[in-house]
Ligand binder design. Sequence first.
Ligand code: F0G
Length: 354
Amino acid sequence: MSQDGLIARYRSFLPVTKETPALTLHEGNTPLIRAHRLSEEWGIDLRFKAEGFNPTGSFKDRGMVLAISKAAEAGSQAVICASTGNTSASAAAYAARMGMRSIVVIPDGHVALGKLSQAVVYGAEVLAVRGNFDQALEIVRDLAETHPVTLVNSVNPFRIEGQKTAAFEVCEQLGDAPDILAIPVGNAGNITAYWKGFREFQQAGRSRKLPRMCGFEAEGAAAIVRGKRVEQPETIATAIRIGNPASWKPALAAAEESKGMIGSVSDEEILEAYRDLTRKEGIFAEPASAALLAGVKQLRRAGRIPDQAQVVCVLTGNGLKDPATAMEAVPVKPKVLPCDREAVLEAIRERKEA
Ligand code: F0G
């Protein structure tokens, strides 16, 4: 089918030519899922853009399909990135598909297991440095300037171009832009991409309004909120454990121009939202994605979101990416029993009474 994948579907909005290879793993076209319980509980019209449905389980695939195909078009044979995990998984997959070499530099000990296993299995060369994401990004930026390897972090403009297509989809799925677009902020590329997408779609006459852009950082890594770089970022949401966001300025511009805001949420709030999402809505997203839901809850409680406002939350990554946090986040663990009908029945009764 000619419409498969983002590049084919949104060609007229993207910087592609006849020479750009037709690369796709069927990224994009992700569902917009209505929150039944939380919409009612909070008195707003809440929806989730479920980006965990992408081929490698995160929104990164939208930007990566374009970054890798443009790298190939330019004759590059290798790509490099720093990553908290999802970028590396996506780069590794698309590079494999394109027949290119991929090198990923990650902060040692701070990448969720699902993401690390993806990079390894897709055949990336994984280098874990004793440092954080910000330091790893500095290294790869420098190497890409001095060596024949293409940088595919979101400082590569093709990443932003690909990721803006999620805003197009949201407008198509709702018939217009929502009142509020809520999104987690790490390196700040995605909020930048969405804002670009909403403006371009409106300029093209494909949507009428523009949403307020509300971004959320983790409290222990809230550089934009604090107005200064965080030297040692810390949060349970390792995807956004970033202390010096590369797209800091465009992210601030998105929040200001749209009359939105950038806020922060604590790890406790993130975990509460993580459980709300799974138990009340049946949707499993990774902790960084839950951060924005914690943020929306905060804003609504503070009276900063009007009744029945339409709020779209970007659930950036699949919950399976981070099984360790999942197991730690719930107090009840699977119980091991003798293989016996009575023992199983007894355990069910006990659990019901507890
Ligand atoms: N959510 C998830 C699941 C992420 O993986 C990231 C970023 C973000 C949100 C934040 O997006 O950086 O555009 O503001 N992950 C990057 C990575 C940094 O290396 O995978 P952002």
